[in-house]
Design a protein around this ligand. Structure first.
Ligand code: ZN
Length: 475
């Protein structure tokens, strides 16, 4: 990269396509930022990592200090920022950068931070050595995005494509939307993927499933990065982000095709405002994947895919839904569709030994569908990587030889959906499914009180309440 000899002041601007989208996603990104900081702190308390350096407000700092009291951990402020809005001239500290680590390591790490000894700091923060050395090579740069992406480009090329794991997609780091806090040396770095997996589990264990889902959604949107004259622009389906970066006289661009689309996706325009064709998993890929991933790996992910912390937790939550559904499905035949099916585990439990019924599922997360196809191999064609709000879902339902016996919908998924898309989905279900059941798990009951209330929050009429988790609706 040929860099020019100037640097713009740091800035960051984000513009959303509509005010409604801005409201939804600004809140979600704030939730993501809080959740990610929380697990950075948590990882040290749990001993997953030796140290963390986090930027937190003074209330959070107070909480962390209190937590360290009965432990051998220490929380040391290493940088403070005064609140810029403070008009009385008081030193009102808005944010503090805090080092959290074992008492015995505090001196060593602080010293390494001062000396910019990235190797030592990176080691204690749990960053993979390959990524630390990549960072050291490029530490003079404002952003490491181009060096990272350029590894896939021909020498001298100024545009390229990232196609590695979405967890290592670095394009939204400027918003704090990430699965790892360090810069990975590549979006296929196996060590960084392990860090991301650990962070995923920490998010789930600390009750941040929702934030995790939003991070994964955002990182898998199609996006386009370009940088010129020190200004980087990232185009997303529903937003445009601008921030300072390394100044160059020519445009550098990086594209990520993405597999997911926000339900609020903007219509028209060029890439990335375009629905991508869904990558199909070939038999060979499935075979190789099946060989590689080994049964136990999938087994250990069964409940994680579905947003649960433990297997027991998942089984307990699903039990009353399954019991209620058995009653509804007695003497019926045909397909049972789960909208947002995760890895299909609920369907497998539900339809075990039911010869007249077969499972069908769709999910917007590609890996969930891959897992469902492995879990229910005889029904591979019945699991599709389809966004439930898309026309593709309706077409898929209409292609079925018979009406479905039942469709399962978690009403929370309709929150924030566009009116037109919701209408299309509901009218599609009305025409293609005999019964439509809504269900929810404890987290939604905690928030809304009951499945009935959650359903009414999205304007669904309940015709029969089966139990506290399950009901039939009338369309
Ligand atoms: Zn690496």
């Amino acid at each position: 990269m040929q860099r020019l000899n100037f640097k713009l002041k740091p800035f960051k601007r984000i513009s959303w396509t509509t005010e409604q989208i801005a409201e939804i996603w600004t809140k979600r990104i704030k939730t993501i930022n809080q959740a990610f900081t929380a697990i950075e702190i948590e990882s040290v308390f749990q001993g997953t990592r030796k140290a963390a350096i986090v930027r937190i407000d003074n209330m959070t700092f107070a909480d962390v200090l209190i937590r360290t009291v009965s432990t051998s951990l220490l929380a040391v402020p290493i940088a403070m920022e005064a609140n810029k809005n403070d008009q009385d001239g008081r030193l009102d500290i808005a944010h503090i950068t805090v080092l959290i680590c074992e008492f015995s390591l505090a001196g060593i790490i602080q010293d390494a931070v001062k000396k910019q000894d990235h190797e030592t700091v990176g080691h204690y923060l749990g960053y993979p050595a390959c990524c630390v050395s990549f960072y050291q090579q490029h530490q003079h740069m404002t952003s490491l995005l181009w060096p990272l992406a350029a590894q896939t480009a021909e020498p001298g090329e100024v545009s390229c494509e990232l196609s590695g794991h979405e967890w290592l997609n670095p394009m939204l780091k400027t918003l704090g939307v990430q699965m790892i806090s360090h810069w990975a040396c590549s979006d296929r770095c196996a060590h960084s993927l392990q860090v991301a997996e650990t962070n995923k589990q920490l998010l789930i264990q600390s009750g941040h499933q929702q934030a995790l889902e939003w991070i994964c959604q955002l990182l898998s949107w199609p996006m386009h990065f370009s940088a010129l004259h020190g200004i980087a622009e990232i185009r997303l389906p529903v937003a445009k982000i601008a921030h300072n970066t390394d100044a160059t006289a020519i445009t550098y661009s990086v594209k990520r095709s993405g597999i997911d689309q926000p339900v609020e996706s903007a219509v028209g325009g060029g890439f990335p405002f375009q629905v991508q064709s869904k990558p199909k998993l070939t038999k060979r890929q499935l075979f190789i994947k099946g060989q590689q991933s080994a049964a136990h790996q999938l087994q250990s992910r069964l409940w994680l895919d579905n947003g649960f912390q433990t297997e027991a937790g998942m089984l307990q939550e699903q039990a009353s839904v399954i019991e209620g559904l058995h009653g509804l499905l007695a003497d019926r035949s045909g397909g049972v569709l789960d909208l947002g099916c995760g890895n299909g585990y609920l369907l497998r439990q539900l339809l075990d030994n039911q010869s007249a019924l077969f499972p069908m599922g769709c999910d917007h997360v590609q890996s969930h569908i891959e897992h469902a196809r492995l879990l229910l191999p005889e029904h591979q064609q019945h699991f599709q990587h389809i966004n439930m709000f898309s026309q593709a879902l309706i077409e898929w339902l209409e292609d079925q030889p018979d009406k479905l016996a039942l469709t399962l919908l978690m009403p929370g998924r309709l929150l924030g959906a566009k009116a037109g898309e919701k209408k299309r989905l509901l009218s599609g279900l009305k025409h293609n499914s005999e019964l439509i059941a809504v269900y929810c798990y404890q987290d939604w009951v905690d928030e809304y009180g009951s499945v009935e209330r959650l359903a009414s929050a999205v304007d669904l009429n309940i015709s029969q309440l089966v139990n506290e988790r399950l009901a039939l609706i009338n369309l």
